[in-house]
Structure formats: C-alpha cells, structure tokens
Design a protein around this ligand. Structure first.
Ligand SMILES: C[S@@+](CC[C@H](N)C(=O)[O-])C[C@H]1O[C@@H](n2cnc3c(N)ncnc32)[C@H](O)[C@@H]1O
Length: 255
C-alpha cells in the first residue's frame, strides 16, 4: 500500500515532498529512497522524537515540522510556497479540514495523494448531480482532476480503523475550471448554495451572506440573470450554473 502511494506521487530526484502525519516514517523512508527532499508535519511528540532523533537524524534531505498541521502547514505554505508533492495519511476528522485549507489557499502542489475515509473520497470525486456532489467536490475539482486510486481494507492498519480507507490522487489541471477573477466569489457561491441541501437555491441564497448583501430583489435578479431555476436544489445544478451565478454576483458587486 505504501509503495503504491509513493508510485502515485511520481517523485523525481530532488523534488520537495511534504508529508502530513508520517507516524514512524514508513512512507517517509520510501520517499527519501526516491531522492526526495522530505518535510514531515507530525503532531505526536513520541513520533516526532522517533523521526527527528532516531529514524532520520542523519538524513540531510529530511526535515521535521512538529505540531498541528492545521496550523503548521498553512504557515509553511505562506513562508515557502507550494511543494512539488503533498501527501498524507491522516485521521479522518483532520484529513478533510487539511485538504480544504490547502485547496482554499493560494498554493497548488502539482500532485497530491491522500488516504482518507472512503466516504470522504467519494465526496471529493463525485460527479455533478450525484448524491455525493457537494461544495467540497467542487472545491477539489475546480483546480484538480481528482481520482480514487485504490481502496485499503482496515486490516492494513494497526489498530484497525472501523472504516474503509481509500487513496485519492489530485493532479493539477492545466487550467482551472474557475477563472481567476471569479475565484473568491465562486467559493462564496458554492458554500452558500450547498449550505442546506434540502433547501432551494433561492432560499439558501436568501438566508446567507449573499442575501444579506443584495436583498431579496437582488437574489431574484441574480438567479434570473444566470438562468438558474430558483426552485432547484444545488445538487441539480451543473458547473456552468455556478459560474454564471458567480459572474452575475461579481458584476453586481462591481456596480
Ligand atoms: C493513520 S497514521 C499514518 C501514519 C503513517 N503515515 C502510515 O502510513 O503508517 C496518522 C498520523 O497522523 C498524525 N496526525 C494526526 N493529526 C495530526 C495533525 N493535526 N497534524 C499532524 N499530524 C497529525 C498522527 O500522529 C499519525 O502519525
């Protein structure tokens, strides 16, 4: 399983690889063997001691950043920019939050590989108009091709988790699905439209920030200008609808 993860990362000599949650360094050592410059983000003091003082103490191409990756990773991105590769095998509650933080940042590692709860991978890879389609799927897919790579049964871990894990591959698109000037507005639009899945797009817009900004008449004009059915639910819309709404909102803000 770890060899497969490293193969997916397709690391070239001297590339920078940031690994979140290395544990005792099983994947780390494979990455170092490939000639990568590895930075490991680990929260657990015991693992940090093993990694820094024993396992890789004499490795000049290994660096440890101790602490919570939810804080240390964004700080490191801001300081050094994007690594060539990003990977992580994280507990499920942390994994999706870390991924969202990276996807919402200004930095885009060309290849990312994460091992997560299968349900989270299903949401990341979901197609428009499917039951798993959400703002998280759109956030992931706007800049990346996102593909499930393989499933891992719980016996591969000790202690075995109660859930099935799956590994997901992110490959940076040559061109984002969302034009740069619309990015911020688009993130707001997808968050608001999926805020409550059972609500119509109109009601989600009215009860969120956009409604507060433009009022009821403004929401109706936005939907009208974008040719989006006010009574539809977000899961029934396609990419172009979200882009059209973002365009309309952006031009309405510019006025
Ligand atoms: C499932 S283990 C994976 C270990 C190793 N990568 C492997 O494949 O065997 C998850 C690792 O993530 C670390 N971790 C959990 N939460 C973290 C966080 N917020 N920041 C950094 N590391 C974290 C844990 O300490 C642990 O080492």
């Amino acid at each position: 399983m770890r060899e497969k993860i490293v193969a997916l990362l397709d690391v070239q000599q001297s590339q920078t690889v940031w690994e979140i949650g290395p544990g005792i360094g099983a994947i780390t050592s494979l990455l170092l063997e490939q000639g990568a410059n590895v930075t490991a983000f680990e929260i657990d003091h015991g693992f940090c001691r093993i990694l820094g003082e024993q396992a890789f103490a004499d490795e000049p191409t290994f660096r440890l950043i101790a602490g919570d990756a939810l804080k240390t990773l964004p700080a490191q991105l801001a300081k050094e920019g994007s690594p060539d590769r990003l990977c992580g095998n994280l507990p499920y509650n942390v994994g999706s939050v870390v991924i969202a933080k990276v996807l919402e940042s200004d930095y885009r590692p060309p290849v990312m590989v994460f091992t997560l709860q299968k349900e989270v991978v299903d949401r990341l890879c979901a197609h428009p108009q499917s039951k798993d389609w959400s703002s998280f799927s759109m956030l992931a897919q706007m800049d990346y091709e996102v593909k499930p790579a393989f499933s891992i049964n719980s016996g591969a871990f000790y202690p075995p988790p109660k859930v099935t894990s799956s590994t997901v591959l992110f490959t940076l698109r040559e061109q984002s699905l969302v034009p740069d000037h619309l990015r911020k507005t688009f993130l707001l639009v997808i968050r608001e439209l999926f805020a409550q899945r059972r609500k119509t797009v109109k009601n989600n817009l009215l009860s969120g920030k956009i409604g507060a900004m433009v009022g009821k008449g403004g929401v109706e004009s936005l939907l009208d200008a974008s040719h989006v059915d006010p009574s539809a639910r977000a899961e029934a819309l396609v990419w172009d609808d979200f882009i059209a709404l973002s365009e309309s909102l952006s031009s309405c803000q510019a006025r």
